[in-house]
Design a protein. Structure first.
Length: 321
């Protein structure tokens, strides 16, 4: 598929582009437009004016996602599936071969999608970005908390860019806007580490199940229009690769500043649950290497390792909208 041609049409912002501007061989241009049409891209053709881009394909387009991706590790291989049990399972089953380091699995639909704490993760077919990334991590980046932070920061950056809103990370793995969850991250470890990401994209509010209708949101709701999921998947792969590459080059701390800035809890009164018991206090500091600094209600300042935190909740939850 000619994705450069597709990009030229997109860049025209809805204007018609003359066929002669798309290539010297008009028959070939027609054939390439037919291929884009057949895949499902919405193109309007006019006998005099040429062709105009009207919208993305409903299904994920692997060529569009991979086009000039230019990542270091993540996305060296990308597989797009129609229907799978869980993308995390598929990614995990590819572990053990160095050529699969950075493999990205995407699916249009999952029939046994998993969330944290044994919960289900379900989304209507072709509505979301359901993605898993397989990584052969160096020992410095091998912790579940770091990999979860990596997924959350990358998602939050993409949500901010596409929606113009200010997402926040709710410990440890939710990305929320105005107190409503738009994405979740599930890290699972086996032979390799798998970062699973579920990002709600083209889901209208009424399509969420009753129990989520007040707590969940999607990019379509935030933007007021459906989005191009292939562009989102592509942006997410690039963002993940960017932060992972920084981690490889400069260590786990390179993610800390952004992670802290995106935190929903920093500066608030929180309850921290640890294997040794619970603690309530103000969350003064948050760092992936130095851990949390909490000033307890009795005035004591305590440092807590990120990996020792079983749960962290705001004592006064952010106002839900
Ligand atoms: C959560 O918020 O509890 C985490 C949700 C993670 C869902 C994603 S969807 C892609 C990947 N495959 C899965 O089965 N789960 C993750």
């Amino acid at each position: 598929m000619n994705i450069s041609l597709l990009r030229r049409l997109c860049d025209a912002n809805g204007q018609f582009v003359a066929l002669a501007q798309l290539g010297e061989d008009i028959d070939r241009v027609h054939a390439e437009l037919d291929e884009l049409d057949d895949f499902g891209f919405a193109l309007e053709r006019h006998p005099y004016y040429g062709v105009a881009y009207r919208g993305p394909a409903e299904r994920l387009c692997p060529d569009q996602i991979e086009h000039e991706l230019q990542t270091q590790r993540i996305g060296r291989r990308i597989a797009v599936w129609n229907r799978v049990a869980s993308t995390n399972d598929l990614a995990a089953s590819a572990a053990g071969s160095s050529s699969n380091d950075g493999l990205v699995i995407l699916a249009e639909e999952q029939w046994a999608g998993r969330g944290r704490l044994g919960r289900q993760w379900s989304a209507p077919a072709r509505s979301s970005v359901l993605m898993s990334v397989l990584l052969d991590t160096p020992s410095t980046l091998d912790s579940t908390s770091w990999l979860t932070a990596l997924g959350a920061v990358a998602v939050a950056e993409v949500v901010a860019r596409f929606s113009g809103r200010e997402p926040r990370i709710k410990w440890p793995n939710d990305v929320r806007v105005d107190g409503r969850k738009v994405a979740g991250i599930l890290v699972e470890r086996g032979l390799g580490a798998v970062i699973g990401i579920g990002l709600n994209v083209n889901i209208p509010q009424e399509s969420f199940p009753d129990e989520l209708i007040r707590s969940a949101s999607s990019l379509q709701i935030l933007c007021g229009a459906p989005l191009d999921r292939s562009e989102l998947a592509r942006a997410l792969i690039r963002e993940l690769d960017h932060w992972y590459d920084l981690g490889i080059l400069h260590g786990p701390g390179s993610l800390s500043a952004r992670w802290r800035a995106l935190s929903e809890h920093l500066g608030r009164t929180v309850n921290v649950k640890m294997p040794t018991g619970s603690l309530a206090g103000v969350l003064e500091e948050l760092d992936l290497e130095q851990g949390l600094l909490v000033t307890a209600t009795d005035g004591r300042a305590l440092r807590i390792n990120v990996s020792d935190v079983l749960a962290l909740t705001a004592v006064e939850p952010a106002a839900d909208v």
